[in-house]
Design a protein around this ligand. Structure first.
Ligand code: FMN
Length: 345
């Protein structure tokens, strides 16, 4: 069992926020699956995102990878609040938590979302331990709004609101969804930005940071795949896999980059002079398509491991697949049976 501030996750495996965690039916299947230790919801905004046919996903041929042009969920936060409440009320014996993924471009709307989630957490004495919040600051597919976490200081007005709610209610479990970074300065900027929120608390003088976890990584933006590179048969070689052309790459194609992000953050957090940062848990995601990839994420420093592309490819069976026994778990890179097993090849 992994404790992330107020929530317990067991097994340490979950879906990351994605299009396959969008509606009540999908969330119910994720909640009922014995191989998920928590359920992340698709990123919601206060009023819902206008989705059209240009927002879609394609799977690559020859690699368990995806490219997508989705923005955020068309369902507003109020729908997720209703669905999470229904599932929590349905099953009083379960202790599985939900991670509600949210974002907004306007801090005041974010404040309203936080109030709504806090009202839900307060609705039952045990629900403060069943609901965490993830701030998605890294979607690459929003026109005119590049992922704000590539410019970490631009997150301040939003992190201020999360911090304000956390200091008012330190049971709140808050995480930050980050994009794949490629430069040392980007990691340093994130760490320096996060540490500014640490405070020394209570009679024990313990150092506490409002952030309990980081989820690394989101998809890699500005990626391009042609139709004849996808699993779609008879696709036109001259067209793009996604209507806009450009989209967010995920799955095995970004696995090494995601591992590198998990490794870099876990080292920086562990070596930080700020004791509160050493408590931050990493959820590793990006190309987790096999039990061997789960092990690699743990070896890179992730305490929890998530997947999205595999969920899209296999459905809920993805989690039983990731929980399989590993014949050669100790030998990285030589025993990776992911693609064959997951695709049935
Ligand atoms: C179709 C699709 C939709 C996604 N939607 C979201 C989202 O709404 N919010 C979010 O934080 N991440 C979203 N992601 C990113 C995933 O949570 C995950 O971080 C990323 O895809 C890497 O994991 P993977 O290689 O297992 O797919 C989405 C990914 C995919 C493939």
């Amino acid at each position: 069992m992994v404790r992330v501030r107020g929530i317990d996750v067991h097994p340490p495996l979950l879906n990351t926020s994605c299009a396959w965690a969008s509606d009540l039916q999908q969330l119910t299947a994720l909640y009922d699956c014995p191989h998920t230790g928590a359920v992340s919801t698709r990123t919601a905004t206060l009023s819902g995102f206008k989705e059209d046919s240009s927002h879609t996903v394609a799977f690559l041929a020859g690699s368990l990878s995806s490219i997508n042009s989705y923005g955020y969920s068309p369902h507003p936060l109020s729908s997720y609040i209703t669905w999470v409440r229904m599932l929590l009320e349905r099953d009083s014996l379960s202790s599985k938590p939900f991670i509600i993924s949210i974002t907004e471009s306007d801090p005041e709307s974010l404040r309203k979302m936080m109030t709504a989630i806090q009202d839900l957490r307060a609705a039952h004495p045990s629900w403060h331990a069943r609901i965490a919040i993830e701030f998605n600051a890294s979607c690459p597919n929003i026109k005119g709004h590049p992922p704000p976490s590539y410019n970490f200081s631009s997150l301040s007005p939003f992190l201020d609101i999360f911090a304000e709610h956390f200091w008012a209610d330190p049971t709140l479990t808050i995480g930050l969804k980050l994009p794949p970074y490629t430069m040392a300065t980007q990691f340093d900027d994130a760490i320096s930005g996060i540490t500014t929120y640490t405070r020394q608390c209570g009679p024990s003088g313990q150092y506490v940071n409002p952030l309990a976890f980081l989820t690394c990584t989101n998809t890699l933006g500005n990626s391009l795949v042609f139709s004849d590179q996808t699993v779609e048969s008879g696709a036109d070689a001259s067209s793009f896999a996604l209507p806009p052309g450009i989209g967010g790459l995920a799955g095995e194609a970004i696995h090494s980059l995601s591992l590198g992000n998990v490794y870099s953050f876990s080292r920086l957090l562990a070596e930080s002079a700020d004791p509160a940062l050493r408590e931050i848990v990493i959820i590793g995601a990006g190309g987790v398509t096999s039990p061997e990839a789960v092990t690699r994420m743990h070896r890179a420093g992730a305490k929890l491991v998530g997947c999205a592309t595999l969920l899209g490819a296999l459905g809920i069976a993805a989690f039983a697949h990731l929980n399989r026994e590993q014949p050669n778990a100790a030998v990285d890179g030589t025993s990776d049976s992911s693609r064959d097993k997951a695709t049935g090849a």
